[in-house]
Every structure is written in C-alpha cells, then in structure tokens.
Design a protein around this ligand. Structure first.
Ligand code: FMN
Length: 203
C-alpha cells in the first residue's frame, strides 16, 4: 500500500457539511480498505478530488471524534465477510463533519477470500446522533484516551449486554425507532412502517 507522506489531516471544525441527504455515498476498496473507486456524491461530500482519493487508505476521511473500538468491530466483521451497519462521523477536506450509516457488499474469489468491499452510506437523522450516538461515542473516546481500546471495548460490550443487543442490532433499533416516530407523526399506515431499513438502502 502506498503511503502518502504529503497528506495532512484537515483541522476539524464544528460545522456540518451541507449535502443532499437523499443521496448515497459510495466507495469501493480492496481487502485492506485502500480506495479504488468513489462515486460523485463521495467526491462532493468529502471535498476531495478522485485523484486525491484513489490508492489512499480509507482513513483519509477518519474523524478524530470517532472511537477506535467502532472501527475494530467494523473490521472484525468485514474480515469475516459479514455486512456491517456502523454509524460513522467523517471528516471532509474542509474540516467539516458528516454523519453516515454504512452498508457493505463484499466480493470474494473462488476460494472464498475477500477481494473487494463496496460501502454505501446514507445520512443519519440528527436526533439519532444527538440522543444516542454522540453521547455513547464521547464516552468511548474518553475511556480510550484514559485507558485504551481494551477498556472502551469492555464498556461497549457492557452497554450492549444491558440492552441485549449487538452493535448492529442497537444501531438498527435506534434508526427504526426514530423512523417509526416520524411516520407516526405523519399518520403512516402499519404497512408503510414496515421494512424501513430495506427501503433505506434500496434492498
Ligand atoms: C469499504 C470501506 C469503507 C470504509 N468507510 C469508512 C468511512 O466512511 N469512514 C471512516 O472513517 N472509515 C471507513 N472505513 C474504515 C477505515 O478503513 C479505517 O479503519 C478507519 O477510518 C479507522 O482508521 P484507522 O484504522 O487508521 O484508525 C472503511 C473501510 C472499508 C473497507
């Protein structure tokens, strides 16, 4: 993997990227997470040009507010060939942030070895971030800074055990709870409330 020694992480600023939240941000990587393709929405939202992204590790858009443990759980799943829904705060070139939820497709060779990852990302409603995700991630980051990723992983495990869910189930739960409340406000039928996550990623 080529290492770009000229890359400097943008200085984060506490402002959200203004983007069309109906769009899907897409990228394709090799099995190590090196970017091979990014769609126009990725380019628009991140603020990087294609030539700046290609052959770069995906952590080019890593936001320092993200706890390491979330990426550990993400990679543990991807390496096993499992899809994973994570809520991630990303850092644009401008220093602004954008929150997304991920959905992955994984292509494998004839021996079953992972070849490529395809990541699709949608925007996450602000109340989900403010009420559930930001408080949890802040705590995980504080724990990591004080006593390392082993401790933040233990905390996350305890947090999820209390809820009787794994991380993906918890994420889907807070997303669908929010959606159900929104639909109820709009007076949607039970049928319309079903299968929200499928509709979300068009599956
Ligand atoms: C297909 C794919 C998409 C990814 N998308 C993101 C992303 O949008 N934001 C991000 O911070 N990390 C993303 N990652 C994870 C990064 O590879 C990396 O693990 C993460 O940024 C943390 O960086 P670090 O491992 O250097 O701490 C993605 C990985 C893969 C394989």
């Amino acid at each position: 993997m080529s290492v770009d020694t000229t890359f400097q992480m943008p200085t984060p600023i506490d402002k959200e990227v203004a983007w069309d939240k109906t769009k899907t941000i897409m990228s394709k990587t090799d099995k190590f997470g090196t970017i091979e393709y990014a769609n126009d929405t990725f380019i628009d939202v991140s603020g990087y040009e294609d030539y700046e992204l290609m052959a770069k590790p995906h952590n080019i858009i890593r936001h320092p507010d993200m706890p390491k443990v979330i990426f550990k759980v993400l990679w543990d799943n991807l390496k096993e060939g499992n899809n994973f829904h994570a809520i991630v705060k990303n850092l644009a070139r401008s220093g602004r942030y954008y929150w997304v939820i991920t959905d992955f497709d994984i292509s494998k060779d004839s021996k079953g070895q992972v070849q490529n990852f395809f990541a699709r990302r949608k925007s996450v409603p602000t109340p989900v971030i403010a009420n559930h995700i930001e408080p949890l991630y802040k705590k995980l980051l504080q724990i990591e800074e004080a006593s390392g990723i082993e401790s933040s992983e233990k905390y996350l495990t305890g947090f999820l055990e209390e809820k009787g869910k794994n991380y993906v189930e918890y994420i889907l739960d807070v997303m669908s709870d929010h959606e159900a409340k929104e639909l109820a406000k709009q007076g949607a039928t039970t049928e319309e409330k079903k299968g929200f996550f499928g509709k979300f990623f068009g599956k």
